[in-house]
Design a protein around this ligand. Sequence first.
Ligand SMILES: NCc1[nH]cc(CCC(=O)O)c1CC(=O)O
Ligand SMILES: [Mg+2]
Length: 336
Amino acid sequence: MSTIPVQFPATRMRRMRRDPFSRAMVRENTITSSDLIYPVFIVDGVNQRQPISAMPGIERLSVDLLLQVAEECVSLGIPVLALFPSIDASLKTADGIEAINPDGLIPRAVRALKARFPELGVLTDIALDPYTSHGQDGLIDDNGYVLNDETTTMLIRQALCHAQAGVDVVAPSDMMDGRIGALRQAFEEQGYIHTRIMAYSAKYASAFYGPFREAVSSAASLGKSDKFTYQMDPANGDEALREVALDIAEGADMVMVKPGMPYLDIVRRVKEEFRVPTFAYQVSGEYAMIKAAVQNGWLDHDKVMMEAMMAFKRAGADGVLTYFALDIARLLKAKA
Ligand SMILES: NCc1[nH]cc(CCC(=O)O)c1CC(=O)O
Ligand SMILES: [Mg+2]
């Protein structure tokens, strides 16, 4: 770095920090509502609103209520909603077959959203965990090992089912090898040449997903099992770059790092190495930590929320999936 070695008192770093106008002049990063992707949990039924205990302020919503949230996203300039289903235990099976039901919860939600708000982007998660009786993201063998290629075949069917319903972006979050390439090929063959793929490329086996597993009711199914044979070891950084390189080569339009704040070094490395649209997921546990501290009176909600978001931007993220998306966008609008 070519830092000019001018010394005190010629250089007084505090000079530019003195007033709001000069702080604004030299501010390197900004937050806008278009940086936000809002993850929502959905359930069957009408007028359903179910709180999630470890995620204060977040509820599972039935599709009719989801439409009200979508309307607010449009008015606030949030470009895209990410859908996660919580399905009834009676629909969960070892093979997660409900994931490919064309009249399932997700395809119905996609159709309803695209009919009402065609300008709002809709993103769906591709993985089997909300649908499997064992809570894993894929099909398992007799030893509980998650099978790669067999799972990929199911994931392709799931993604095609969402594409047929009109989804704009699919986001495979399962970490199987080779599924981005298989998916891209299937999309091309079936004429879904506009359907975007956001690959959860560097997804770590993280304990920060705890509250999410309650939200999609996969925690009980998963029990004491873990996802270490497919999600990444938190000790590794170089491996994330290999994962991202593979997904780009296989046809991903965007890549993602997950979790977010504890992995900002990975966000930065991915962005610098590949210069592709790079997203981060501020996951459920990160949200829960901030909310819990706020409830205790230990942190200032809005200030911490915005500082965390700015940290993602500074690290190089082009956008962030965050449960704070509505709160952030409302705050930006109030200040405008
Ligand atoms: N395929 C599952 C999936 N998709 C998004 C999340 C986590 C999101 C969050 O914690 O907010 C998970 C959890 C997991 O891998 O167990
Ligand atoms: Mg991979």
